[in-house]
Design a binder for this molecule. Structure first.
Ligand code: AMP
Ligand code: MN
Ligand code: MN
Ligand code: MN
Length: 279
């Protein structure tokens, strides 16, 4: 059966509830080992774990922590975190508050561009009425008929440098890695092939080196959020820094642009799996 260690539920900006996601993985996608990695929250982990137990799947608790590096947002996945860890719960509650305050400002900026009540419209796209993501705004802009696709909503309004982009004071990579470690987890650099730095290639190498110096253990070698042609570069980092490899679809919703659970591909031969650290 397939492995998928990066997916989202309605606890952040996914479209399926944690139990719907588990059933989708098990019944439709052939995934036998999964992690739930919602943005900045472990609120869905308990429900997903119970659903996975009923299916007899291997379940790994997870989170995708937003961080800032070289003024860009970089995502650190934590796998195997204790979802009852007091510090993790406290810090993630604060991160979700930051998201919601940022969303108020994104809404203001969109309204200033001629839209109406965009904060409320994005909020209506969330399941938990909190932890608002730019993806919720993209879906709301699509409803308005303002854009033809989620991608266009990002390209026109929501990406860094565009009029409704609002920077958030996310923690540093070192803070996120330390938080994940103190909660008993392993830190994974998410989709390294997706970051676009002004400095280009050398800056991406510096990012990976910084992540390793912060104590990070693994990188996503195969991700639904990065091109398959990026795999060799990841393997080079794995060898150079003695990292472990992870795989994940970054699934958000059925029919989305990303691959279905498990569909991203599996770890290439010879790359040590992050699962070895999660026995
Ligand atoms: P946030 O964490 O709220 O800043 O938003 C990040 C979310 O938006 C994640 O789910 C990303 O997968 C998604 N996202 C970011 N950039 C893009 C893009 N260019 N096209 C589509 N989705 C994106
Ligand atoms: Mn997302
Ligand atoms: Mn991400
Ligand atoms: Mn993700």
């Amino acid at each position: 059966m397939l492995i998928d260690l990066h997916m989202h539920s309605t606890a952040s900006d996914g479209a399926l509830t944690p139990s719907e996601l588990v059933r989708c993985c098990f019944e439709r996608c052939g995934v036998g080992t999964m992690a739930l990695t919602d943005h900045d929250t472990v609120a869905g982990v308990g429900e997903a774990r119970r659903a996975a137990r009923l299916c007899g799947m291997r379940f790994i608790s997870g989170i995708e922590v937003s961080t800032i590096w070289a003024e860009r947002s970089v995502h650190i996945v934590g796998l195997g975190v204790d979802d009852s860890n007091a510090e993790l719960l406290e810090v993630t509650a604060d991160l979700c508050d930051k998201r919601d305050r940022r969303a108020v400002e994104i809404g203001r900026r969109l309204d200033a561009l001629g839209f109406e009540n965009m904060f409320e419209k994005a909020l209506a796209h969330t399941h938990v009425k909190s932890n608002i993501s730019r993806l919720h705004f993209a879906r709301a802009l699509l409803d308005e008929g303002a854009v033809r696709s989620v991608q266009q909503a990002f390209d026109r309004y929501l990406t860094q440098g565009k009029p409704a982009y609002v920077a958030a004071a996310w923690p540093s990579i070192a803070e996120a890695v330390a938080l994940i470690h103190r909660a008993g987890g392993v830190a994974v650099l998410a989709h390294p092939g997706r970051y676009r730095f002004s400095g280009g290639d050398w800056q991406l190498d510096a990012l990976v080196e910084g992540f390793v110096e912060s104590g990070g253990e693994a990188i996503e070698v195969v991700s639904g959020s990065q091109s398959p042609s990026f795999v060799p570069r990841c393997i080079a980092w794995v060898r150079r820094y003695h990292l472990f490899g992870s795989v994940g679809s970054d699934f958000h919703s059925p029919g989305g642009e990303r691959p279905a659970p498990g569909e991203q591909g599996q770890l290439p031969e010879g790359v040590p799996s992050v699962l070895e650290l999660l026995a």
